[in-house]
Ligand binder design. Structure first.
Ligand code: T1G
Length: 695
């Protein structure tokens, strides 16, 4: 009997208790244990079997780490069929999250009971696959095709009371899973309840599956698994037999298992969990975090304060004047009202936060007791230095001094204090109370416990925190600057901003680079270009003026209703601004450039290769310690399509040698922009890939 599954017999009931921390994943030991347990119960004359999980949850699914490895029998589908076919009454008692293969095991049982806080779901589409152990065939027989499709194509975790209503569960009862399971099993035996194998239920009524398929494809924006899962549920309704439906599910499951999207999505699953695990922080305790200070109540400052308040901490926000204090309070109140509207906060909590946990002041002395202070003032080095020297004077010893700068040199800011070891970058993304990404920027003298404190804050704020080193733009903005420049170059050479945006949304981005610029505000790029021009461009940099002309005309994008697109109030998205192409054509003429035709394929390739090349430089220079850090930054901060796993996972899937040869070919036309990253050359030379550097 495997160690992972404990067997016990109480009267007529055999009990199979699984203990495979952290989430009772259905790895080979668990599968063997369950199979052997069923057989033993049958051989020892039990009348019923109770299956439940020890620890924090029922089975949270197949063991994802086994994907891509040689399969080991018994496989999950066979185990589910074995459980369902048992002549004994099999009952599952659920708590925590019964997900994927975990719910499929429960569906192969004859009765299901759960504690009220339990959740059930089939989230396989989020891993680029579909439920492959009968979930697409058994669930619709209980809930009907429409409800099953909603669960399977969204991957939603359904609370137990709703699952009871849907017919997935037979009973919801408070208590310990083992106890409520035993009571339910006893009651079923006493009432001679029949076995109820779901496979014997009639096929559910069909719906318009072609329409459901198209909807899933459209919503997936290039991700295939939800749409393919529709075809599996269709088989549950249309197949001649349950076995035929299972076979169809299996075939579709294997198609997706072999797909690049599965590799990308599973990489994203583990990468987003690995980014906060830094070997250098093992055994390093973070400093205490109770009272947080925020300097500056503009959009970013107010968003950061909101994020901190929503995490249950107290905030003291400093602004220059009473008017600015009131404006900051209004912004925070508006953010919190938004959370009330989204059901994330009750009105009572809203009021309690504003009256008890938000302090507002104009004097820095109000920060004397703060454990950590986040500065979010105007992006100017002199202003930042002045703020940090004041913080140095007023903050208690041991306070962490953080800056939200998105590109300035944090080493230089730290030098404005007598405690550079306490200075760190906490780079939030706008809107800070919504965006999950937090770049934790470690300066040369930042101490490890201050880094640990940054990650501790990130956990409290439910952020995905990624460590970054100091350079212009850290990880995300530095790489953005490169692929954005590549887009500008393609425009000068003949592509239109609209063709580029379409090609990249087809590739899977929520928005193309020009629509993103309109959203962020064209004035930000304009200010950056002016700053760089003032500093003097390197020779070889290609400059363009069409974007400046748009700004000089007062068109800053969505905030002015006009940019690359024209936006009508109340309407989603914009229509191309007819003034843009003439500006671009004039720029080409002025630079004596002959436009050429770009295919969508070439546009995506150049854009992605530019991103990968700069990302390889960022890893090569140690700004990002691992390629997965870059992938997670782009996934959570820059709308990178999750099913590709991130730019460096995409690169590994595409193949590094071809990427390097593209760069070398394009460097003949633009040797300044297309310089191959040394790390990329090194990896290609030794036949390696970025994944090798993720361990
Ligand atoms: N396999 C292996 N490891 C897993 C795992 C799994 N299914 N689920 C979680 N872990 C690890 C995770 O990597 C982390 O490890 C630790 O457990 C805690 O997780 C045929 C084929 C259950 C809601 O998609 O959604 O069944 O980082 O940090 O925030 O149809 O984990 O500590 O080393 O996420 O409390 C379907 C995936 C599989 C569920 C808990 N199941 N897991 O969230 O903790 S496919 C899923 C989750 C399948 C069949 C198919 C969440 C969670 P480490 P955590 P959490």
């Amino acid at each position: 009997m495997s160690q992972a599954v404990e067997y016990e017999k109480l009267g007529e009931i055999a009990i199979l208790a699984t203990n495979n921390p952290p989430v009772n994943a259905l790895g080979i030991d668990v599968r063997n244990g369950l199979w052997a347990g069923i057989e033993r119960a049958e051989s020892e004359g039990a009348r019923a079997v109770l299956i439940y999980g020890e620890g924090r949850t029922f089975f949270a699914g197949a063991d994802i780490r086994e994907f891509g490895k040689p399969p080991q029998d018994p496989l999950l589908p066979a185990l589910c069929d074995r459980i369902e076919a048992s002549p004994l009454l099999v009952i599952a008692a659920l708590h925590g999250t019964a997900l994927g293969g975990g719910l499929e095991i429960a569906l192969s049982c004859h009765y299901r009971i759960a504690v009220p806080s339990a959740k059930v779901g089939l989230p396989e589409v989020n891993l680029g696959i579909l439920p492959g152990a009968g979930g697409t065939q058994r669930l619709p027989r209980l809930t009907g095709a429409r409800a099953a499709l909603d669960m399977i194509t969204t991957g939603r975790h359904i609370p137990a009371p709703e699952a009871l209503e849907l017919g997935v569960l037979d009973r919801v009862l408070d208590g310990d899973p083992r106890q409520i399971g035993l009571e339910f099993a006893t009651e079923l035996l006493q009432s001679n309840a029949p076995r109820r194998p779901i496979c014997e239920l009639p096929a559910p009524e069909g719906i318009d599956f072609d329409a459901a398929y198209d909807t899933a494809l459209r919503k997936g924006r290039g991700q295939l698994s939800p749409a393919v899962a529709v075809r599996a549920v269709q088989a549950a309704c249309e197949a001649k037999s349950f076995a035929d439906g299972l076979a169809r599910e299996r075939q579709l499951f294997h198609d997706l298992l072999a797909s690049d999207q599965r590799k990308g999505l599973i990489h994203a699953f583990f990468a987003e969990r690995a980014v906060s695990k830094l070997p250098e922080l093992k055994d390093i305790a973070p400093r205490d975090l109770h009272q947080i200070g925020v300097i500056g109540g503009g959009t970013m400052g107010a968003g950061i304060a909101t994020s901190v308040l929503l995490a249950g901490l107290s905030v003291t926000l400093i602004e220059m004047s009473q008017d600015a204090v009131h404006a900051a309070r209004d912004r925070i109140a508006a953010n919190l009202s938004g959370a009330v509207k989204r059901g994330k906060l009750s009105q009572k909590e809203h009021d309690e936060i504003l009256s008890n946990r938000l302090g507002l002041a104009t004097e820095y002395s109000a920060l004397g007791t703060a454990d950590l202070v986040i500065e979010a003032v105007f992006e100017d080095m002199d202003v930042k230095k002045q703020v940090f020297s004041q913080l140095d004077d007023v903050c208690k010893s041991g306070a962490v001094l953080a800056t939200n700068t998105s590109y300035l040199d944090i080493n230089e800011i730290a030098q404005a204090t007598r405690r550079p070891g306490d200075v760190i970058g906490l780079h939030f993304f706008s809107p800070a109370h919504v965006m999950k990404l937090l770049e934790i920027v470690v300066a040369d003298q930042t101490t490890l416990d201050v880094v640990a404190t940054g990650f501790a804050l990130g956990r409290r704020l439910r952020k995905v925190s990624v460590r970054a080193g100091v350079c212009d733009g850290f990880i995300g903005n530095r790489i953005l600057n490169t692929y954005r420049t590549c887009a500008d170059h393609m425009v000068l050479d003949g592509a239109s901003p609209y063709q580029i945006d379409n090609a990249l949304t087809e590739f899977g981005f929520a928005m193309g680079p020009f629509a993103v610029s309109d959203l962020a505000g064209l004035d930000i790029g304009w200010a950056a270009r002016k700053r760089k021009r003032a500093a003097g461009f390197d020779s070889g940099v290609r400059d363009s003026s069409y974007a400046d002309k748009l700004c000089e005309a007062g068109h800053f994008g969505q905030k002015t209703g006009k940019g690359y697109y024209i936006y009508e109030p109340g309407k989603r998205g914009g229509v191309p601004n007819p003034d843009v192409m003439p500006l671009i054509e004039a720029d080409r003429v002025a630079q004596d450039l002959t436009p050429r035709v770009f295919s969508d394929k070439e546009i995506v390739r150049r854009y992605m290769v530019a991103m990968v090349n700069e990302a390889a430089k960022v890893v090569g220079e140690g700004i990002a310690h691992r390629p997965l850090d870059v992938d997670v930054v782009l996934l959570y901060g820059y709308g990178f399509p999750r099913f590709w796993g991130g730019p460096l996972k995409w690169a590994d899937i595409q193949g590094l040698p071809q990427i390097l040869s593209d760069i070398r070919r394009w460097s003949q036309e633009d040797p300044y922009f297309w310089k191959p990253a040394p790390l990329l050359e090194e990896l290609v030379a030794k036949g390696g890939c970025f994944e090798d550097l993720n361990t």
